[in-house]
Design a protein around this ligand. Structure first.
Ligand code: ZN
Length: 251
C-alpha cells in the first residue's frame, strides 16, 4: 500500500482548472489544504506580473514551478534570440513569484532536423543558465512523450534530458519527470535514480494515461483513471531523494 499523499505536499497546475483566474486558483487550492500552485504564465497575461505577485504571496502557497519556458528551436537566428529573451523575462517573473523552478518545454519545429533542434536547445539553455543561477531559480527540463517530437519537444526521454543537463554543466539545470510523458520508458526507474544521485531531480508531475486517449494534448486523465503505475513511480522518485512537491497537471 502506498503512503497516502499529503495535500500540503501537493501543488496544482493552474491549467488544470481553466478558466479559473489566478486568484480563484489560489483561493480554492488554499482552502482545500493544497500546499502549492504551479503557475502557467498565461494565467497572469492580462493582469501582469506586478498584480500576480501579491496574489501569490498573499495566498501562502508555495510555487514549485512557473510553466513554462523553453521553445528554443526556431528557423532563424533572430527568432532564436527572441526565444532566449523571452526565457530571460520568464526567469525574472519566476523570481518575482518566488517560483522555485521554471518548467522548460524545449521546443521542436517541423523542417528542423532533430539533431539541429537539440543543438539549438543546448545553446538556448546555456544562454540562460547563469541568469537562472543568479536569480535562484532552477530550470527543469521536461522530456515530453515522443508523440510531441515534431513540434513541441526534441527531448523525449529522461536519459536525453539528463545528458543535456550534463552538457550545460550548471547545477541550476535539472529535470521534471511527468508520468504522462515518461511512464512507458523501460529506463525510467534507472534514470530517476541517476537524476536523484546527480541532484538534478527538480519536479514530479502526475496525471494519468487514458487507454482511449481522445486528444494528444488535452485529454490527460485524473490519477487512477488510466494505466500509469503512479504509486510505483512515486516510490522511485522518493527513494531517489526527491523532497519537492507532487504537482497535479491534468487537462
Ligand atoms: Zn508536466
Amino acid at each position: 500500500m502506498p503512503t497516502p499523499i499529503d495535500l500540503a505536499q501537493c501543488a496544482v497546475h493552474t491549467r488544470t482548472n481553466l478558466p479559473w483566474s489566478l486568484r480563484e486558483c489560489c483561493e480554492h487550492y488554499a482552502s482545500a489544504g493544497i500546499g502549492g500552485v504551479s503557475v502557467w504564465r498565461d494565467t497572469y497575461q492580462t493582469i501582469g506580473i506586478n498584480e500576480a505577485a501579491p496574489i501569490i504571496h498573499g495566498s501562502g502557497l508555495r510555487v514549485p514551478a512557473l510553466v513554462r519556458g523553453g521553445f528554443f528551436v526556431a528557423a532563424s537566428e533572430s527568432d532564436r534570440r527572441t526565444a532566449i529573451d523571452d526565457n530571460l523575462r520568464c526567469i525574472d517573473e519566476a523570481a518575482a513569484l518566488n517560483a522555485e523552478s521554471i518548467v522548460l518545454v524545449v521546443g521542436a519545429l517541423p523542417g528542423v532536423p532533430l539533431a539541429d533542434a537539440r543543438a539549438m536547445v543546448l545553446s538556448g539553455i546555456g544562454a540562460i543558465a547563469e541568469r537562472a543561477t543568479t536569480a535562484g531559480v532552477r530550470l527543469a527540463i521536461e522530456p515530453l512523450h515522443p508523440m510531441y517530437a515534431a513540434d513541441k519537444s526534441c527531448i523525449n526521454t529522461c536519459a536525453e534530458a539528463r545528458k543535456l543537463c550534463e552538457r550545460v554543466g550548471s547545477t541550476s539545470v535539472g529535470v521534471a519527470v511527468d508520468v504522462y510523458h515518461t511512464w512507458w520508458d523501460a529506463d525510467l526507474y534507472t534514470e530517476i535514480k541517476r537524476l536523484g544521485d546527480a541532484d538534478r531531480l527538480f519536479g514530479f508531475h502526475v496525471c494519468d494515461w487514458r487507454v482511449d486517449t481522445r486528444h494528444m494534448l488535452t485529454d490527460r486523465g485524473l490519477m487512477g483513471d488510466g494505466v500509469i503505475d503512479i504509486p510505483t513511480i512515486r516510490d522511485h522518485i522518493e527513494n531517489a531523494g526527491f523532497k519537492g512537491m507532487t504537482e497535479v497537471e491534468v487537462f
